[in-house]
Each structure stands twice: as structure tokens, then as C-alpha cells.
Design a protein around this ligand. Sequence first.
Ligand code: ZN
Length: 70
Amino acid sequence: MENIKHNVNEIKSQIKTLEEELNKIQGQCDHPNVVLKYDDNSKSVLKICNICEKVIGYPTTEELKNSDYL
Ligand SMILES: [Zn+2]
């Protein structure tokens, strides 16, 4: 069991490092190509950068209409 605990902590630490790395990379992106994507978790349409996949925010009604979501 001690081994499991060690592995879990190791993996969580790696996830944290990778998330920080991801944030850094996404911070360098100018998000030139934003697309609308339905997100199953939040059950809503999100604006997502097509390059770095960062969630930019929620689309306006106008943007939803233009993308045939409404
Ligand atoms: Zn981006």
C-alpha cells in the first residue's frame, strides 16, 4: 500500500509540473485561430484556441448563430 501511495504522489507531482508547463506554453500563444467546441463537462459551448487548446471563454449569441450552434 505504501508503494501505491508513493506512485500516486509521484504522478500527481508530474501532473502539476506538466500543467504549469502547459500554462506557460499557452501563455506564449496568440490564439490566432479560435473555434467553438461543445464541452460535455460544462454542457455548454466554449471558445477554444485551435492551436494550444486553451479555453478562451464563452461565445456570444452572435458567434453561436454564425457557427450553427443556434
Ligand atoms: Zn492559443
